[in-house]
Design a protein around this ligand. Sequence first.
Ligand code: DAT
Ligand code: MG
Length: 152
Amino acid sequence: MHQEKTFIAIKPDGVQRGFISEIIGRFERKGFKLVALKQLIPSKELAQKHYGVHKERPFFNDLVDFISSGPVVAMVWEGEGVISSARKIIGATKPLEAEPGTIRGDLAVNIGRNIIHGSDGPDTASFEINLWFNNEEICDWNPSDSIWRVEN
Ligand code: DAT
Ligand code: MG
């Protein structure tokens, strides 16, 4: 079973709107494993590095200002296929185009206030996990019910 890790962040609008438990619950109910979690107000520098691929885009400065405007809940989730599955659980970047049943489809309207971030591939996931977390902050553990999650 190939286990992988992805970086998920509840953006300031998701925190301010009271969606922390709603969002964590969706990943938990799916059966993924939470291996790191912290709340922080990101520095401008962290936000700029995180969104570095978008630095030439017209919305870059607003995006960085927004992400560093308040508390973000930063997490690492682990599981088989978690990187692409998390993107499906999150839904399309434009919340009006996100399917009902996805986080953005159910809870957001505006592209600049789409409440959650998820890594878009294996390279981005490892870059983002290393950017937001130290190795010591990542917990290696086995849920006691893990025998019920996989076929033997
Ligand atoms: P995603 O968050 O789905 O990975 P992305 O990486 O293309 O989307 O963009 C990062 C964030 O930047 C996105 O969540 C919201 C913001 N953004 C993207 N396109 C935008 C646009 N055209 N106008 C305003 N904000 C935008
Ligand atoms: Mg992205």
